[in-house]
Design a protein around this ligand. Structure first.
Ligand code: GSH
Length: 206
C-alpha cells in the first residue's frame, strides 16, 4: 500500500500537488474530496485539514497541508529525485524564495487583480507590493530559463509554474514571451501531462 495519500479535488489547487507527485514518481493513493458536496467541511476531513481546504498529504504518520509546503516537503523527503536544492547548496536560498513567492506574492497578486478589493490597500501593506512589479520579477527570473533555477527543474517550478499556467489560461496575466515559453516547456513534461490526464478522468468521474 503506498505510503503517500493525496486528499484531492479535481481540478483545484490540489492539482499542483498531483503534478508534484507525478514528477516524484513514487506510488501514491488519491482520496477524492467532493467540494461540491461539502466533504471538505465534514468532521472526518476537518480532522485532516481544519482549514477545510484541499490539498492535504499523508506521508506515513505525517499529515501536512498547503500546496507549497507539500511540494517543498516531497522534494526534500525524496532528494534522490533531484527536485530540490538540498540544505548546504548555496542556491537553496533562491530556491526557497521561489517556493514562498508563489503563495506569498504571485498568487495573491493575481487573485487581487482578478477580484479587486472595494478599497485598494496601500502598496506597503501588501506582501507582494503591486501586480506589475510581481509579474516583472517572475518574468525576469524566467528570461534565461529553461527553469527558475536554471537547468534543474525543481519543486519551485511546480509551484510557480502552476500559477503561471492557470492564470494564463484565464487570461489574468499578460501574455509575455517568457510566460508563453515557460508554459510550453511545462506542458511538454510527461509528468504534467499525466497529472492533467488523471485530473480530467477524475473530474469526469466525479
Ligand atoms: N492556501 C491553501 C489554499 C487551498 C485552497 O484554497 N483550496 C481550495 C481549492 S482550489 C479549496 O479547498 N476550496 C474549498 C473551500 O474553500 O470550501 C493552499 O495553498 O493549499
Amino acid at each position: 500500500m503506498p505510503n503517500l495519500t493525496l486528499y484531492h479535488a479535481a481540478p483545484s489547487r490540489s492539482s499542483v500537488t498531483l503534478w508534484m507527485l507525478e514528477e516524484l514518481g513514487e506510488p501514491y493513493d488519491i482520496e477524492l474530496i467532493k467540494l461540491s458536496e461539502g466533504e471538505n467541511l465534514k468532521p472526518d476531513y476537518l480532522a485532516i485539514n481544519p482549514m477545510g481546504k484541499v490539498p492535504a498529504l499523508k506521508h506515513g504518520a505525517t499529515i501536512l497541508t498547503e500546496v507549497a509546503a507539500i511540494c517543498t516537503y516531497l522534494a526534500d523527503a525524496f532528494p534522490e529525485k533531484k527536485l530540490n536544492l538540498p540544505i548546504g547548496t548555496p542556491r537553496r536560498g533562491v530556491y526557497l524564495k521561489w517556493l514562498f513567492f508563489g503563495p506569498g506574492c504571485l498568487e495573491p497578486a493575481i487573485i487581487d487583480r482578478a477580484a479587486p478589493r472595494k478599497e485598494e490597500a496601500r502598496r506597503a501593506m501588501l506582501g507582494y507590493g503591486d501586480f506589475d512589479t510581481t509579474i516583472n520579477v517572475v518574468a525576469k527570473a524566467l528570461e534565461q530559463g529553461p527553469w527558475l533555477m536554471g537547468e534543474q527543474f525543481t519543486a519551485a517550478d511546480v509551484v510557480i509554474g502552476s500559477n503561471i499556467r492557470w492564470s494564463m489560461m484565464f487570461k489574468l496575466i499578460p501574455e509575455r514571451k517568457e510566460f508563453l515559453d515557460y508554459a510550453a516547456r511545462i506542458a511538454a513534461r510527461p509528468a504534467a501531462q499525466r497529472a492533467e490526464a488523471k485530473d480530467k478522468e477524475l473530474g469526469a468521474a466525479a
